[in-house]
Ligand binder design. Structure first.
Ligand SMILES: [Zn+2]
Length: 373
């Protein structure tokens, strides 16, 4: 059995760190297929794996493969990580850096992971000495700024609005500075310039939820019209329906969706903005009930979903009775305008009585839950 100190435990922290860890896990799943990385995500929320994993990484394939579909991250002259590796020299020492990560030790502070895993002094010296330039790679990457991320990292004078309450030059440990170059793999790019990440205090849950977001919204073309809040809600609903796991204790914790988008400033230049949305714990408790999520998913009506998200549940009965009334009328006498103002799906419009009953059933399920039954 391996010694305990050959293992590393990562705990959820801020969203960008969380996305970096999830992105790294996704990358291992894609490249080092023989590693069972899934079992490293524990039900208690943290990730525990053997440090040796770092020396087993296929650095050439992951970061420098000629074919960009095989690469997980192009950190050499790539748009987002443009300043991470700047010379051929650094590209060479990066191999050494990654392989040496299996010897990191907790010995300093890190504003990113709150632990601080750094290389040993002799390794730092060796890597620094292999570089002729004064601008040492290891010094550069331990300050979180545009070196890491063109979009998110603060340039010296310009800090993206309220990204964190930190000033520029956040201190970041060697391990985090490596993990961070994978964060984009966990984020779902919607159409246009908008991106989302679901943030929860459990890596396992983040892994599942973000995978679902990608499945549900990663390839669609109309999600730009959907509110980010709806994306979060439908993801939770589908999670509850498809997964064997229950949200359990996590429902009482903060489940938020991070929305990153670009907006034109006064000078007409595109600027990054980041917003955070979360759902009230009451709403999460309701939509994570399997019977409720089944009806919501089956109806697939955003109007209905928004009534639930707004916690205006009595509207469900109101709409249900209106639809029952229309359903009892002769087909030609129906108020089509009213029906289409409530229902979007053709299958629902054509089965008014059934749809109305689903709405009433939904209300009674929610009412039971609110009463604590
Ligand atoms: Zn760190």
């Amino acid at each position: 059995m391996r010694e305990r100190n050959n293992m590393i435990t990562l705990h959820p922290s801020n969203w960008l760190y969380n996305a970096s860890v999830i992105g790294f896990i996704n990358s291992v799943e894609k490249v080092e297929k023989e590693v069972d990385i899934k079992q490293s995500m524990k039900n208690t929320g943290e990730v525990i794996f053997e440090l040796q994993l770092f020396s087993e990484l296929n650095v050439k394939g992951r970061y420098f493969d000629e074919n960009k579909d095989n690469r997980v991250s192009s950190i050499y002259r790539n748009a987002i990580y443009r300043n991470y590796l700047t010379t051929e020299d650094e590209k060479k020492l990066f191999y050494d850096f990654v392989k040496t990560l299996d010897k990191v030790n907790q010995k300093g502070s890190c504003d990113f992971c709150n632990n601080g895993y750094f290389l040993a002094n002799e390794d730092i010296e060796r890597i620094n000495n292999s570089q002729r330039s004064d601008k040492k790679f290891l010094n550069r990457i331990t300050n979180f700024n545009f070196v890491h991320n063109q979009d998110l990292g603060p340039a010296p004078e310009k800090f993206p609005n309220s990204y964190w309450n930190y000033n520029h030059g956040i201190k970041i440990c060697h391990l985090c500075s490596f993990l961070e170059i994978h964060h984009h793999l966990a984020i779902t790019r919607l159409t246009g310039l908008s991106q989302v990440f679901v943030n929860v205090p459990s890596f396992r849950l983040m892994y599942d939820l973000n995978k679902l977001v990608k499945e549900l919204y990663g390839n669609s073309t109309d999600e730009e019209n959907k509110k980010v809040r709806e994306i979060l809600a439908t993801t939770i609903i589908e999670y509850v329906r498809k997964m064997q796991n229950v949200l359990g204790v996590w429902t009482s914790m903060n489940i938020e969706i991070v929305h990153k988008y670009k907006i034109k400033n006064d000078k007409g230049k595109l600027e990054d903005r980041i917003e955070f949305f979360s759902l009230p714990s009451n709403v999460i408790r309701i939509i994570s009930d399997r019977s409720v999520s089944n009806i919501l998913s089956d109806l697939a009506e955003f109007k209905v979903l928004n009534i639930v998200l707004d916690e205006k549940y009595s509207f469900l009965t109101e709409l249900g009775y209106k639809l029952l009334r229309e359903g009892s009328k002769d087909y030609n006498n129906r108020n089509e305008k009213l029906i289409s103002s409530i229902l979007y799906q053709w299958k629902n419009q054509n089965n008014l009585t059934l749809t109305a009953n689903k709405l009433l059933k939904l209300y009674s399920l929610i009412d039971d839950k609110l009463k604590g039954n």
